[in-house]
Design a protein around this ligand. Structure first.
Ligand code: ADP
Length: 162
């Protein structure tokens, strides 16, 4: 059976931190499904379609990555529907840990057959979050090293229009 991991998130926008954990996970799993979790209550800079298009372009050269989205569904239910055995999460700070620990236990209770696997961020990416990069770029700063160049370009265009 192929080993399949789901890496779910907002990806608003995708950062170098996301790319790093997903590419490292490709060495451990046959397939990594990058799934945009659609939350209509949450204000986002990029629409779901825009995020999907960005992710598809970023991972076009990475065999084993599938880009998808899901909505109004538990993550474990989505994972089951994709025959995934693993929920992949990235860990940066101790604050991440507390939230992730609770989510992992809740998911385990709902779907005991699915494992949450954590990957520690690598040091160049430990401070990077989508919200931080949005703030920097919105104030005219550079996202170099934090955002893939394509994403930084689109984000700048977005803020210009606002
Ligand atoms: P969410 O809204 O669920 O936190 P994100 O888009 O922020 O979604 O993140 C998706 C996944 O990528 C999460 O598991 C998160 O921990 C991980 N991640 C985000 N940024 C980094 C980073 N800089 N290093 C490692 N993992 C990261």
């Amino acid at each position: 059976m192929p080993k399949i991991a789901v890496c779910a998130g907002s990806f608003d926008p995708p950062t170098e931190g996301h790319l790093n954990i997903i590419r490292r996970a490709l060495k451990l799993f046959d397939k990594v499904i990058v799934a945009v979790a659609v939350n209509s209550q949450k204000k986002s800079a990029f629409s779901t379609e825009e995020r999907l298009a960005l992710l598809k372009e970023l991972f076009q050269g990475d065999k084993g990555v599938e880009v998808d989205s899901f909505e109004k569904k538990l993550l474990v239910e989505y994972a089951r529907s994709k025959k995934a055995q693993v929920l992949l999460r990235g860990l940066r700070t101790i604050q991440d840990y507390e939230y992730e620990f609770q989510m992992a236990l809740a998911n385990k209770q709902i779907a005991p057959e699915i494992e949450t696997v954590f990957m520690m961020t690598e040091s160049p990416y430990s401070h990077i979050s989508s919200s931080l990069t949005k703030e920097i770029v919105s104030l005219g700063g550079s996202g170099a090293g934090m955002l893939p160049p394509l994403v930084e370009k689109k984000l700048k265009e977005k803020f210009k229009k606002m």
